[in-house]
Design a protein around this ligand. Structure first.
Ligand code: BTN
Length: 321
């Protein structure tokens, strides 16, 4: 986004004279005018107020690396490598590209928009500019791939906690790790295995997408909602949400690495949107009632044949319609 510096100055919604903008940006008034044109091309609504200057009419929620870092606990911030981008194919892909083998830094990438956002099961993730949060974090675990059982669910609990700490209520979780509100899907988590760095040291990329301001989307194939539409009385800032999620993931994955999944079973169950509902899995082969998760995070479906655990992976659970 070429007009970012200008938008930064205009984001308070007040009228700014061409002269003051030119001074702040260190350019001529003609150059300011050109930047205004570019901002309009970028999709911003900028009013020209005769004899006074320019006023931004579109509400903006810019991503600022400094502000995000300020919201992160100092002990977490110290080990983090944060990259904030205007545009990227996928923040998950960017973390994979940036991750230095053997580096102890935790890579985090946040982008204003994604051109090839990835969802679970090969689907695309709608990633319009400036609307939502697109965040990926690289995580390292010791003990081989087996220690990752339940990680997806742990991340869901961490994200739900972070959103609730900022004032969202009734955050539900759809197994294994979709973030839900009564109005529909609010966000999703894509966990991708990077591989085994050395014997027993495994690397994972957790990509989190949260609908923040989005009010329309053409090709989303299920009911969805956003924080701004579900909680309109609140001012939602993508930077503050990002910082809260990074803090929560750091704390949760530390507990998970130390003691495993057990501490997360209760918090996950209390948000389970399938509990007591008639659901089907394995493309309809298994049908029954949602009974929550077992001690490793498998989903339990009660049917006439008893209770069947369903493993996270390819299988999706759906409420029977
Ligand atoms: C899902 O399908 O529910 C998971 C969606 C995950 C989307 C996020 S947005 C940030 C990160 N980068 C991606 O390409 N995907 C994840």
């Amino acid at each position: 986004m070429k007009s970012k510096a200008l938008i930064n100055l205009l984001q308070d919604g007040k009228i700014h004279s061409g002269e003051s903008l030119a001074q702040s940006l260190g350019v001529s008034r003609t150059a300011v005018w050109k930047q205004i044109r570019r901002a309009v091309d970028d999709g911003y609504e900028v009013a020209t107020v005769r004899g006074k200057g320019y006023q931004l009419l579109t509400p903006v929620d810019l991503l600022d690396a400094g502000e995000i870092l300020e919201g992160i606990a100092p002990e977490v911030r110290a080990g983090l490598k944060l990259t904030v981008l205007d545009e990227v194919d996928s923040t998950n892909a960017e973390v994979i590209r940036q991750w230095q083998p053997g580096s102890s830094e935790i890579p985090v990438c946040i982008a204003d928009c994604q051109t090839a956002g990835r969802g679970r099961r090969g689907k695309a993730w709608q990633s319009p500019r400036g609307e939502n949060l697109y965040l990926s974090i690289g995580l390292t675990f010791h003990g081989g791939f087996a220690v990752l059982d339940g990680l997806s669910l742990v991340l869901g609990v961490a994200v739900a906690n972070a959103l609730e700490s900022l004032g969202a209520q009734s955050i539900g979780l759809k197994w294994p790790n979709d973030i839900f509100l009564p109005g529909g899907k609010l966000g999703g988590i894509l966990v991708e295995l990077q591989g085994e760095l050395q014997e027993g040291v495994v690397q994972v990329i957790a990509g989190i997408g949260i609908n923040v301001h989005m009010s329309e989307a053409d090709s989303v194939d299920q009911p969805w909602t956003s924080l701004a539409s579900a909680f309109p009385g609140q001012e939602w800032s993508r930077g503050r949400i990002a910082a809260a999620i990074i803090n929560a993931i750091h704390d949760a994955t530390k507990i998970f690495a130390d003691v495993g999944f057990s501490d997360f079973r209760g918090p996950w169950q209390s948000r389970d949107i399938f509990r007591g509902k008639t659901i089907h899995a394995r493309s309809g082969e298994l049908e029954g009632t949602g009974e929550g998760i077992d001690e490793t995070g498998n989903y339990l479906v009660r049917s006439a044949d008893g209770v069947t655990p369903v493993r996270a992976g390819e299988i999706s659970l759906r409420v029977r319609s």
